[in-house]
Ligand binder design. Structure first.
Ligand code: HAM
Length: 421
């Protein structure tokens, strides 16, 4: 146990973290350009927030939450998603009283107790955005376009945007009834959970991954056929904006998302080459959620993308990550006198903005050169008694083998010049 991490979690180590940083940097730049501000909410919240927010009949709430009672006898849940916390923060911090819409983004870990497999973890990371306060279908199109823009900036191709409208509280009861009528004679073909869902939340059946349920649902009624005039108009406007933006999409009549708060637009983005867990992101409108959490009647829309799945897709597609940041210089020392001078010299190089390091294990000069090679360092600055006497350092280019004596006060400039070569 002491040397084994919990199932479904990962250690992100140097070599891999650079890829995460590159992904996060790209996301932050994107968000700045689209006018989003970053929000950081707690990793845990009151359980009630997710039960009410995500929905009692969802897989997340029924089976997947990490919930515990804390020492103050409160029920606490590690956040399984970021929308409900963002809504809570919007209300608690009275962001609704400021200029609208409020455009927020977040990057961070989420927790769901599910069976781990490639692309599915118990602790995973999401980048998400939420827009509060606008009904405009242009926002629906813009958030879809923004997600697709991110994938394109990362060099990913072949991703598919699936989009649907799941209606609103006005048209949903009609659809519910139609679905109930449709599935009632097909009850035997449904899995145990779906049989239960028939009464409580028949829309969920369309989202079931069990083969027999999928077969039973082939000709099921779809929300698109029962949209009220407002929902229909909204959906058509969203598609028109997507066309105008040149964003390719596929209308997917049976797309229902696994969270209960969605109204109107719902979408999901699929990567064909990462296996069964192919959804690299999803989102939609949730016009009733803020009011359901006790706030003013305010519309909302957003999405979240799984960072592990994005990195997986990038690796599968052979995307080349920008070069790893290595040390600019390694300082090798030949004897004790030089070692003594090494630390102040290193500090002065770092103050000059260079990345520099040295040996701390008392290695021989030869072993230090070998170690520098393993680190992939291009320049090694060698300091020995001869160099100390002359007030110079021998700067060696590991790739060409060329070396020259550089006065100490010119060392930083010389390293910078070599970097630019
Ligand atoms: P979601 O579809 O549950 O939506 O999750 C969004 C994305 O998170 C998925 O498409 C997937 O890439 C990633 N993801 C989910 N579960 C896992 C897992 N166990 N392991 C790895 N990646 C995973 C939401 O969470 C909504 N809050 C999205 C949203 C924001 N809707 C409106 N605003």
């Amino acid at each position: 146990m002491l040397t084994t991490r919990p199932r479904g979690t990962t250690d992100i180590l140097p070599g891999q973290t650079e890829k995460w940083q590159y992904l996060e940097d790209t996301i932050r730049r994107l968000c700045r350009q689209y006018g989003y501000g970053e929000i950081r909410t707690p990793i845990f919240e009151h359980t009630e927030l997710f039960v009410r927010g995500v929905g009692e009949t969802t897989d997340i709430v029924e089976k997947e939450m990490y919930t515990f009672v804390d020492r103050g006898e409160r029920s606490i849940t590690l956040r399984p998603e970021g929308t409900a916390p963002a809504v809570r923060a919007y209300l608690e911090n009275r962001l609704f009283a400021g200029p609208q819409p409020v455009k927020l983004y977040y990057i961070g870990p989420m927790f769901r107790y599910d069976r781990p497999q490639a692309g599915r973890y118990r602790q995973f990371h999401q980048f998400g955005v939420e827009v509060f306060g606008s009904h405009d279908p242009a926002v629906d199109a813009e958030v879809c376009a923004m997600a697709m823009d991110l994938y394109a900036r990362l060099g990913l191709s072949g991703l598919k945007l699936h989009i649907n409208s799941v209606g609103c509280p006005r048209c949903r009861p009609v659809l519910r009834e139609k679905l109930r009528e449709f599935f009632l004679p097909r009850l035997d073909g449904l899995c145990a959970s779906c049989r239960e869902r028939l009464e409580r939340n028949p829309l969920r059946i369309l989202d079931c991954k069990v083969d027999t349920c999928r077969q039973a649902a082939v000709d099921a009624p779809a929300a698109l056929d029962y949209l009220c005039p407002d929902c229909k108009e909204h959906f058509q406007a969203v598609l028109k904006h997507l066309d105008a933006l040149g964003v390719a999409y596929q209308v997917d009549r049976f797309l229902v998302r696994g969270l209960d708060y969605y109204t109107h637009t719902a979408f999901e983005i699929m990567a064909p080459d990462i296996g069964a867990q192919s959804s690299v992101g999803g989102g939609g409108r949730y016009n009733g959620l803020i009011a359901a959490c006790g706030g003013p009647d305010t519309p909302g829309i957003g999405y979240a993308l799984g960072l592990e799945r994005i990195l997986l897709a990038m690796e599968r597609q052979g995307v080349v990550f920008p070069g790893e940041k290595r040390l600019d210089v390694f300082l090798a020392t030949a004897d004790d006198a030089a070692r003594e001078k090494a630390l102040p010299l290193l500090q002065s190089l770092r103050r000059e903005g260079l990345a520099a390091d040295r040996d701390y294990l008392g290695r021989s000069l030869k072993a230090q050169m070998k170690y520098a090679g393993k680190l992939g360092v291009e320049l090694v600055a060698i300091l020995g008694s001869d160099e100390l006497c002359r007030g110079v350092v021998t700067l060696k280019n590991m790739a060409t083998g060329r070396q020259e004596a550089v006065p100490l006060d010119r060392l930083a400039d010389e390293i910078r010049n070599s970097k630019g070569e």
